[in-house]
Write a protein that binds this ligand. Structure first.
Ligand code: ADP
Ligand code: MG
Length: 259
């Protein structure tokens, strides 16, 4: 596989050559933080597969490894051992620069605390991936304005994040996460900082956009209501999968599907 920063569509081309029915495939993944006596293993020999087009709730008490797993799925971090394949690409084969491109072009992120760029307007926050790729055409500007309008933010386009409520900021983050049609959206407690009503709006929109774009959503959440909006569940405890429901396959390939 050849990937380079100058290639216009490097990673998509490779997906077309080897379509993978699973958007996510982990094989024997362990994640250990640190080394020596202070080392801590946050994920133990995880093997699981998520088919495309699903909504997956990642459940488990605080410290069970949800964010660690999302960081691996988001190509933000690399596993200590084992293979993480996202959209058919083993992320271990990518350089840091290729990983950054991969994240920008093929993934979308939603965080508990929004993570918008405070010095950029709402419009520019959403446009970031296209600006970085020098692909912000007139048509794409229009697309951003349309999506913002649809998310109830038509009059906020030129505002800055700190002029918006939490619910509005999270809607901007949602727009940023879907505007480039990613294959996979990773959401870490997306309603955790919102009141119940704003949280509900975000979940409704997330599910609506998921349906429309056929993207896969993996969402870590403590909220039973949020989990109830997802078709599939994965329950983590102490870095191990202790339960699943829906279409997620757990266990090594060829060992049958453990539930
Ligand atoms: P969750 O998101 O389910 O609350 P995390 O994935 O954040 O869980 O953390 C899982 C475990 O890994 C916790 O015990 C946490 O303290 C530990 N951990 C997370 N990040 C680090 C890190 N960078 N260094 C050391 N330990 C970490
Ligand atoms: Mg977490």
């Amino acid at each position: 596989m050849s990937l380079s920063a100058t290639d216009s569509q490097p990673v998509r081309a490779s997906t077309n050559r080897s379509p993978d029915p699973f958007i996510v495939s982990l094989e024997g993944v362990r994640k250990t933080y640190g080394s020596g006596p202070g080392a801590f293993t946050a994920l133990h020999e995880l093997s699981l597969r998520i088919p495309r087009g699903r909504t997956v709730a990642l459940l488990g008490r605080s410290g069970s490894g949800k964010s660690t797993l999302l960081n691996l799925l988001g190509a933000v971090d690399r596993p200590t051992t084992g293979a993480v394949r996202i959209g058919g690409v083993n992320i271990a084969t990518l350089s840091d620069e290729q990983l950054a491109l991969f994240r920008r072009r093929r993934l979308g992120f939603v965080f508990q605390s929004f993570h918008l760029v405070p010095s950029l307007t709402v419009f520019d926050n959403v446009a970031v991936p296209w600006v970085l790729d020098r692909k912000l055409t007139g048509a794409r500007r229009q697309e951003i304005e349309s999506l913002l309008a649809r998310l109830g933010l038509a009059d906020k386009s030129r505002r800055y994040p700190d002029e918006l409520s939490g619910g509005q900021q999270q809607r901007v983050a949602l727009a940023r996460a879907v505007i480039h049609r990613p294959e996979l959206i990773l959401a870490d407690e997306p309603t955790g900082n919102l009141d119940a009503q704003s949280g509900r709006v975000i979940l409704d929109l997330l599910v609506e956009l998921q349906n429309e774009f056929g993207v896969t959503v993996v969402m870590a959440t403590h909220s039973e209501e949020a989990a109830g909006r997802c078709g599939d569940r994965v329950l983590l405890d102490d870095g191990r999968v202790v339960g699943t429901s829906g279409a997620v396959e757990v266990g090594p390939i060829g060992a049958g599907v453990a539930r």
